[in-house]
Design a protein around this ligand. Structure first.
Ligand code: URA
Length: 503
């Protein structure tokens, strides 16, 4: 029966997969059926029914009176939904919340009604959608990171590797794809309480649950894994709170090393930490700089993709990482602070009001903005809620430092001759110290790490400053700074630049 017929008959739409939901939603949308009239059901919910208003206990669902538009003739053309929204809906569909299908339908219905802010985190539904997507992405990431395959004896036949995991969301299919590309032709199986996937070296097979718990899986590979884990465990690097943040305790129970980690932590606290470091340092050649073991830094992740970055906490609250943009070999690089609300949604730097002001500065200085590489010191939007809005929050020094990793990559690729630091955060990032001030740096370019650094105001300052005169003055300073940056392109470090900003 079609979605419309089922609804007419008062029967819920039984949906298990995103593809099924999409087909039903499409049919409902072309017949103009509002979310309040649709009742969704999911097999895994044990027959629970969800709609905008679920029936009270003991009630059955009455046949639904469809709006006149839901006659047999479609009322609308099939909806055209942007790829970005469809991707979000598909991710959110993996989030284990009981009303997921009803919620997704409300979102898509509102979009179709022209309420495009439903995709924005400032909207109530949009915020929930973003939170669901984030939860699912986090679960995918965790599953990539914390799955442990155990090897089975060759004579036991395939699969050669088995893993048990208890995901909190329905991410097994996409995680399985990830391991297909990582594990080559060897056969493996991932078992979860709800489903299992088996890779035979060529094809993925999806099945229902095959085992009840991790004990059911072959344990042959475990001893080997524990030996390996012990050998790579470096007590000198141990930072227990970071480790616990990275591997929440509820994950440890399914990690083979979970059984020995507590023991190793207490060993480390009792002195193995010192010993571990002395040994490692002692084996190195050349000068050694003594560092107290307790000051040793935890090793940060070195991701290759911005959206996989977990070097600080900001990724959790942003829609996406915003990389720099501009010609590959630009000679001038603008470094701003961090993406704003609009940049966070668009995934591009300086596309909001601050970007418009930057355009005006470039025009006035006679420098083609398209010739400049534009980026930020921090690549994720840091914000706090204020009513429905997301208000910018200044990044902390540790976040600036964590993100310097990306700025370094951009500098290495673009190799600009001059950096224009827009505001204090950019200045601290570029100079790699918190001991610099905007006031002392504006009008005083420095030659730093092989290139000129010119400091100026951040465009948001010009937009915010209340007095008209101060606004004009700050704008003028920005224009002069950019002209100076342009002049420096052809100047050697020995030649002191003439600055017209000193007066
Ligand atoms: N402010 C910044 O510093 N960067 C942007 O990309 C936008 C606003």
């Amino acid at each position: 029966m079609s979605a419309i017929d089922l609804q007419r008959a008062g029967q819920p739409l039984l949906v298990e997969t995103f593809a099924e939901w999409r087909e039903a939603a499409r049919e409902l949308l072309v017949h103009d059926v509002p979310p309040a009239l649709v009742t969704w059901s999911t097999p895994s919910a044990g027959g629970d029914l969800f709609s905008a208003a679920p029936p009270a206990a003991g009630q059955t669902h009455n046949p639904v009176e469809m709006p006149p538009a839901a006659s047999d003739k479609p009322r609308h053309a099939p909806p055209s939904i942007p790829r970005s929204l469809m991707d979000m809906l598909q991710s959110a569909a993996c989030c284990r919340v009981p009303d997921r299908w009803a919620f997704l339908y409300r979102v898509i219905w509102r979009w179709q009604q022209g309420q495009h802010d439903v995709q924005s985190p400032a909207d109530e539904d949009g915020a929930r959608l973003h939170a669901m997507v984030k939860a699912v992405r986090r679960e995918e990431h965790d599953m990539h990171a914390y799955i442990r395959f155990r090897e089975r004896p060759l004579e036991a036949g395939p699969p050669r590797f088995v893993a048990w995991y208890e995901p909190q969301h329905d991410v097994l299919p996409q995680v399985a794809e990830h391991f297909v590309s990582r594990m080559g032709k060897v056969s493996w199986m991932i078992a979860t309480p709800e489903a299992s996937v088996l890779w035979d070296g060529q094809t993925l097979h999806n099945t229902g649950p095959l085992v009840k718990n991790s004990e059911d899986l072959e344990d042959t590979g475990e001893a080997l894994w524990l030996t390996y884990y012990r050998s790579v465990f470096n007590p000198a690097r141990l930072n227990q709170s970071v480790m616990q943040q990275h591997i929440p305790s509820h994950r440890w129970k399914n990690l083979p090393e979970g059984k020995i980690v507590t023991h190793m932590i207490s060993e480390a606290a009792r002195g193995a930490r010192k010993v571990g470091q002395y040994e490692a340092v002692g084996q190195r050649k050349g000068t050694t700089i003594p560092i107290a073991p307790e000051d040793a830094q935890p090793e940060r992740q070195q991701p290759s993709k911005l959206d996989e970055c977990r070097r600080c906490e900001l990724w959790q609250f942003a829609t996406q990482g915003v990389p720099g943009e501009g010609p590959k070999k630009a000679r001038i690089m603008f470094v701003g602070e961090q993406p704003g609300d609009q940049e966070d949604l668009a995934g591009q730097p300086f596309v909001g009001p601050a970007g418009k002001l930057l355009d005006q500065v470039c025009e006035k200085a006679g420098v083609d903005r398209d010739s400049i590489y534009v980026t930020n010191a921090v690549k994720h939007f840091k914000w706090e809620p204020k009513g429905k809005r997301r208000i910018h929050k200044t990044p902390a020094q540790k976040e600036i430092e964590a993100c310097h990793y990306w700025l370094e990559k951009e500098l290495a690729h673009v190799q600009p001759d001059v950096i224009v630091a827009l505001g204090a955060t950019a200045l601290k990032s570029v100079m790699r110290t918190a001991n610099v001030t905007l006031k002392n740096s504006i009008g005083h370019p420095v030659f730093h790490e092989g290139r000129w650094v010119v400091t100026t105001y951040h465009p948001s300052y010009v937009l915010r400053v209340p007095s008209e005169e101060a606004k004009r003055e700050a704008f003028r300073t920005m224009v002069e700074s950019l002209k100076l940056a342009h002049d420096l392109l052809n100047r050697q470090p020995e030649e002191p630049p003439a600055s017209s900003l000193d007066s």
